[in-house]
Design a protein around this ligand. Sequence first.
Ligand code: ZN
Ligand code: FE
Length: 265
Amino acid sequence: MTLVPLPAFADNYIWMLQDGRNAIVVDPGDAAPVFEALRHGHLQLAAILVTHHHADHTGGVAALHEATGAPVFGPARERIPEPFKPLSQGDHVEVLGLRFEVIDVPGHTAGHIAYFLPANAPHASASDLAPLLFCGDTLFSGGCGRLFEGTPAQMLASLDALAALPGDTRVCCAHEYTLSNLRFAHAVEPGNADLAHYTAQCEALRARGEPTLPSQLATERRVNPFLRSRESTVRRAVHAHAGLPAQAAETEVFAALRQWKNDFR
Ligand code: ZN
Ligand code: FE
């Protein structure tokens, strides 16, 4: 299985997983780059996975489904182009011999789901052994999605669920937001040495025009302030920035951290 991020629009990635004959795509906001990759690799489309209803994740679904007949899977609680197989927490998607687990991750949107592929693929080669997470606009490298429909408590719980996955999980986010997220992360935790090291690595990748993704979950736990809102360094910074009462609950700290990022330039 080969994993490729297909760039779309200004900063989206449409993730494609392919075995040389067949392909799965995740969040095809635009059909054109997917058709191009299918043609170029002589691939058949086997499935379309959708994480949430936003147009930059669903805009190409209808055209791809009509042209290829590939089944569409998506969040049970959201409206995406019909027909699709509705999924929620605990459901599985079986395609190309792979078995994806569905995790509910409300916050960015109310019904957002993520797809997790554990490291148990039977014919995996060494580079395929690490688990895979397609998390849409919930978890970004160094950041998280904006709260358009969900509450801070929901997003915190969703990020907790993702943070609990194995450390070697490859995190396939739907946007290349890493460098701007890391600028904010540095404002929150200027003394975080792992963050400085990771930032240098990502800057070098972007300077070569390469994606910073997939990221590793273990790295995200060390550098991503939204996975670290209970760490004393992050808590202290949020308290100082937002003037929270000393006894503020962890949800309030998380909400203030998200608000800080919204206002950050
Ligand atoms: Zn979105
Ligand atoms: Fe998006």
